[in-house]
Ligand binder design. Structure first.
Ligand code: SF4
Ligand code: SF4
Ligand code: SF4
Length: 312
């Protein structure tokens, strides 16, 4: 029987909410972790390779993404990025500009969901609102299961999902790898239109080979001669090559271990000391509060730098 958002809300708002939520967190964390341990991409897993050395910042990909996803174009601009400074609930991808202070080094960078091999957003969602497709590996959102708790936003190591406040129903906005296009055998809108083939689509395995061939053919051209996304947060299906240091492009350094895998270790420790699920829930709430504070600080910095309040 399919569980609807209404069923879920009823369960939470009726008696024993704290116990129910505490239990749900433990169960969901366990499910996410079990999934993490088995995380293996299918041979059909798709990928996207973005090569910053080829991107001219034309934003054709952003326009195509907006059209393909029927989004309201985000027309806000800031001086540096010539577009929104961060992902928001109006856009599933953005192109940002990095410029060094002496102006000698610059690069564009495309930002969207990384489609993690072991996605923290899906592990954090208590209700299965985010799911990794078993075949393509695309991480997609199901509006009928989402209760708008925003745990996915906080859990994501790449700061990707954004909450749409408009309207009655909560809405999480993030790139879903153009799932409708993939289902029809088409490639994503952004990769289809790029005039420089700076962002390309294909099986992840093939794209990884292609990225390594480019590195081998151009010694010293690419930062650290490595592919971002090969290992980050347990590996991602979106891969990057860049001539500029990845952190300068705003690509986070989450380490090689996936977030759900990290939680597995902590959970094993907690359970070995017979800590009750309520205790675990308290730890998670503490961690979420801490992350949320960081999130707020980031938004204030963005607002100071750009004069624009980022949309969550
Ligand atoms: S369409 Fe291609 S070249 Fe233009 S901004 Fe997007 S990735 Fe860069
Ligand atoms: S980048 Fe964030 S939103 Fe995308 S799959 Fe990974 S954890 Fe989920
Ligand atoms: S895959 Fe689709 S939704 Fe994701 S950034 Fe590209 S065009 Fe946008």
């Amino acid at each position: 029987m399919e569980i609807t958002r209404r069923d879920l809300l009823q369960k939470i708002t009726t008696g024993g909410a704290v116990i129910a939520v505490g239990g749900a967190v433990s169960a969901a964390t366990l499910t996410g972790i079990a999934h993490a341990e088995e995380a293996k991409l299918s041979p059909q897993a798709v990928g996207m390779l973005y090569d910053a050395t080829r991107c001219i910042g034309c934003q054709t990909c952003v326009v195509a993404c907006t059209k393909a996803n029927d989004l309201t174009p985000d027309i806000r601009r800031d001086q540096l990025h010539q577009g929104p400074g961060d992902l928001n609930s109006y856009t599933k991808t953005i192109i940002k500009l990095y410029k060094s202070t002496d102006g000698k080094e610059f690069s564009y960078v495309k930002q969207q969901c990384m489609h993690c091999i072991d996605p923290a957003c899906a592990a954090a969602c208590m209700f299965g609102g985010l799911k990794k497709d078993a075949k393509t590996g695309a991480v997609t959102w199901n509006g009928s299961l989402c209760v708008g708790c925003r745990y996915c936003e906080i859990a994501c190591p790449f700061n990707v999902p954004k909450f749409g406040w408009e309207g009655f129903n909560p809405k999480i906005v993030k790139c879903e790898f153009c799932k409708e296009r993939l289902a029809k055998g088409e490639q994503p809108a952004c990769t289809e239109v790029c005039p420089k083939k700076a962002v390309i689509f294909g099986p992840r395995e093939e794209l990884m080979k292609e990225a390594k061939l480019r590195i081998a053919a151009n010694p010293g051209k690419y930062f650290e001669n490595r592919v971002y996304g090969e290992r980050e947060a347990g590996g991602t299906q979106v891969l990057y090559l860049s001539h500029v240091a990845f952190d300068k492009l705003g690509l986070p350094q989450p380490g090689d271990e996936s977030v759900p895998h990290k939680y597995l270790k902590w959970q094993k420790r907690l359970y070995s000391y017979l800590v009750l699920p309520a205790g675990l829930y308290a730890v998670l709430v503490g961690s979420i509060r801490k992350n949320w504070k960081g999130h707020e600080e980031h938004m204030e910095e963005e607002e100071k730098a750009t004069g624009l309040r980022p949309q969550l």
